[in-house]
Design a protein around this ligand. Structure first.
Ligand code: SF4
Ligand code: SF4
Length: 357
């Protein structure tokens, strides 16, 4: 068994203080009661209150900020010969050692989903890599599911290890911490927390109870092929999408959506210069695929929904061997018209079954 430690509930601020040493930023879930009681990840400071509730906004920004400066540029004239100009370029790779503390297993699996295209493709993204290399993930196992969670449909679960460095499980009086990776082991070994081995059986019981609380998961392993077979069935996608408002909440709250847009701001190639920004984009917006000519290959919201669902449950799995949805349920709980991605996947499985019969 990997190394374990035990921390009392009262000892959590001390653990956060330890983790904050050596310039590490520790992101903890913080309640924002004024903002419809949302829970967001913020950098912890001594004395700051925090919560261990599931965050309403995933911690994805730890590796993929909502907006970042990729580079700055400017033109300079040679003072001796003003006809001669040079262009200077500075890249903006900035990363700080970071701990995400008390995210849930679906969010930790979200990092694993992002890692494949950003790190394992033909070109690793240096901005993402710099942050990911310095990230440590402390995941709190869930005591039970909720009515929008479906992590166990998509290969995860309330106690899943994927994407985590340390797994925390609540037991009587505190939390058992279990190292999952060498990085997690190194951090836990450096704490002065007592060994957690004696309480580990309690943690195992709690983990079993979490699994027992879940409704049985439907078998969606054929979703990639079934969705691909429905690609040209516009009627199906229109039926699934009619009430969508194209607001994009489902993408912005998703721990696994990773599309971005690049924009240049400033005075261009001048002496004042400019900067190139990368910011989150939203495939549910009609502007997402509009081309410079004005042509839009996904002008209909039905086609945008087809893209979103098919990417998560068909094309990404075909490329990477796993769904690009961690079943966190945030797209369901935040959709203003209660569209449910689970229902669309199940409808696709049923529709293509009906077609095959
Ligand atoms: S959150 Fe709902 S309404 Fe908004 S774009 Fe997504 S599916 Fe459509
Ligand atoms: S698609 Fe929905 S349920 Fe799946 S990871 Fe994204 S927000 Fe969560």
């Amino acid at each position: 068994m990997s190394i374990t430690r035990f921390v009392t509930s009262d000892g959590l601020p001390g653990l956060l203080a330890f983790l904050s040493q050596n310039g590490r930023r520790v992101l903890v879930p913080v309640e924002k009661p004024a903002n419809k009681r949302s829970v967001v990840f913020e950098a912890w400071k001594q004395g700051q209150p925090f919560t261990l509730e599931k965050a309403t906004v995933p911690p994805k920004a730890a590796v993929l900020p909502q907006c970042e400066t990729l580079l700055t540029y400017k033109k300079s004239k040679d003072p001796e010969n003003p006809e001669r100009v040079s262009i200077s370029l500075e890249d903006g790779i900035r990363a700080q050692p970071t701990v995400v503390f008390a995210c849930r297993p679906c969010d930790a699996r979200g990092f694993a989903v992002l890692d494949r295209p950003y790190l394992e493709g033909p070109f690793a993204d240096p901005y993402y890599k710099a942050r990911r290399d310095q990230l440590t993930v402390f995941t709190l196992t869930c005591a039970s599911g909720c009515n929008t969670c479906f992590c166990h449909w998509v290969g995860g679960g309330p106690t899943s290890l994927e994407g985590s460095d340390v797994l925390m499980t609540e037991v009587e009086g505190g939390y058992v911490l279990q190292a999952v990776t060498p990085g997690g082991e190194e951090l836990l070994a450096a704490t002065d927390l007592p060994d957690g081995a004696e309480r580990f059986p309690q943690a195992e019981e709690a983990r079993k109870a979490a699994w027992a609380s879940l409704e049985p998961a439907p078998n969606i392993k054929d979703a990639p092929q079934k969705l691909a077979a429905l690609f040209s069935n516009a009627e199906f996608w229109q039926e699934q999408t009619d009430r969508c408002l194209s607001c994009g909440a489902c993408t912005y709250f998703c721990p696994t959506c990773y599309c971005f847009s690049i924009t240049d701001e400033g005075e261009g190639l001048s002496e004042k210069g400019g900067r190139r920004l990368r910011s989150w984009d939203n495939c549910m917006s009609s502007l997402f695929t509009r081309e410079a000519s004005g042509h839009n290959p996904r002008a209909l919201k039905a086609f945008r929904m087809r893209n979103r669902v098919s990417h998560k449950f068909s094309t990404y799995p075909e490329n990477w061997g796993a769904f690009s949805c961690s079943g966190c349920g945030r797209c369901i709980s935040n959709c203003p018209v209660c569209l449910d991605i689970r229902a669309i996947v199940l409808a696709a499985l049923n529709a293509s079954q009906a077609t095959a019969e």
